[in-house]
Design a protein around this ligand. Structure first.
Ligand code: TXA
Ligand code: MG
Length: 324
């Protein structure tokens, strides 16, 4: 059962916990974050311990508004202000040169920092009241499926994270687009629902996309195994869905074909992204022997969804637990 929506007193309690250096579950419009005071190294280390995440994987700092950007980043290029003005608050993360005050724990020791102003009203309320920056990776254990509902965060951490603010289902459903503005040529490090064309419409041509890199520090390349269910998962054509068998489950576009069992998501990238992680969690919990996912259309608007499905397929299976 969903909990009641947080009251002002709940927000005060969450902010007090953040001030004590604790981590809380915080809804954003992309996915739920595991948030802690970004200026407090010990609080940031707690996030890594809870997630089981390697210490050299940098975290995104969430800010209440664009005016907070210069406190965390230096040498801010015009492109950053232009993108911030167009897309913040919203599902876009900017990688910029960091201010010296940003703890190494946040950046994985790199000279850059990821910044984002989230749009979710509860994230906004907490950030405005807290007044500082909140480091917040997706609120899942390392290598697992990102949470898009408060219940998912409780499944991941249980009593280890006693405060989870329930903001309902995340509207976007997959993680923010990451644009690196710290190098000479801007480029996308992780695709998201703000697509390449939308970014280029604001700041002009981008360099070649990184491979996408969730949870991977830029230097050490990509982690293919990610967003991974424990059940083996394959991407297939629609015709192949019926080969899932009685003990298999499918994730189809628009409708589950006759003779197959499972779930369908909207045949539109926004609706699909919105429902993707909850569907993967539900299918993973179904006890199925295998998951067959219908491959979405080969179209730039589906790029971010393809990226997440490819990683889910690469990491799926009973030994995905290690997440490396
Ligand atoms: O939508 C989102 O971005 C969510 C919500 C909670 O805001 N957060 C999220 O955080 O997805 P996380 O930690 O799961 O992914 C952060 C990504 C990783 O791929 C990390 O490598 C990259 O951001 N990142 C963070 N700081 C970076 C930096 N300084 N340079 C390059 N990549 C960075
Ligand atoms: Mg993540």
């Amino acid at each position: 059962m969903p909990n009641r929506r947080p009251s002002p007193a709940d927000i005060d309690q969450a902010v007090a916990a953040l001030r004590r250096g604790e981590a809380i579950g915080l809804p954003t419009e992309t996915v739920y974050g595991l948030a802690a005071d970004a200026a407090n190294p010990e609080a940031v280390r707690r996030i890594f311990a809870l997630k089981g995440r390697p210490a050299d994987h940098p975290l995104i700092v969430h800010l209440p508004d664009v005016e907070a950007m210069p406190a965390w980043a230096r040498d801010i290029p015009d492109a950053a202000w232009e993108l911030a003005q167009r897309f913040w608050p919203g599902p876009l993360t900017l990688i910029l040169k960091r201010q010296p005050r940003v703890p190494d724990e946040v950046t994985g020791g790199q000279d850059t920092v990821g910044l984002r102003v989230p749009a979710h009203p509860l994230a906004q309320a907490v950030l405005q009241s807290f007044g500082g920056g909140l480091a917040a990776p997706s609120a899942n254990r390392f290598g697992r499926i990102s949470p898009t509902r408060a219940g998912h965060v409780r499944e991941e951490f249980g009593d280890a994270v006693p405060i989870v603010l329930d903001g309902g289902e995340c509207e976007v459903g997959i993680e923010s687009t990451i644009v690196d503005l710290s190098a000479r040529r801007p480029r996308i490090l992780r695709p998201g629902m703000i697509g390449r064309a939308a970014v280029e419409a604001v700041i002009g041509p981008l360099g070649e996309n990184g491979e996408g890199d969730d949870d991977a520090p830029r230097a050490s390349g990509t982690l293919e195994k990610h967003y991974a269910p424990r059940t083996p998962l394959r991407l297939v054509s629609r015709a192949e869905l019926t080969t899932a068998g009685r003990d298999g489950r499918v994730l189809a576009l628009a409708t589950v074909p006759e003779g197959a069992h499972g779930l369908a998501l909207p045949a539109h990238p926004d609706g699909y992204a919105h429902g993707l992680y909850a569907a993967l969690r539900e299918l993973d919990a179904s006890g199925a022997a295998r998951l067959l996912v219908e491959r979405p259309p080969d179209d730039p608007r589906w790029l971010a969804v393809h990226d997440r499905l490819r990683r889910a397929a690469a990491g799926a299976g009973p030994d995905a637990e290690t997440g490396t």
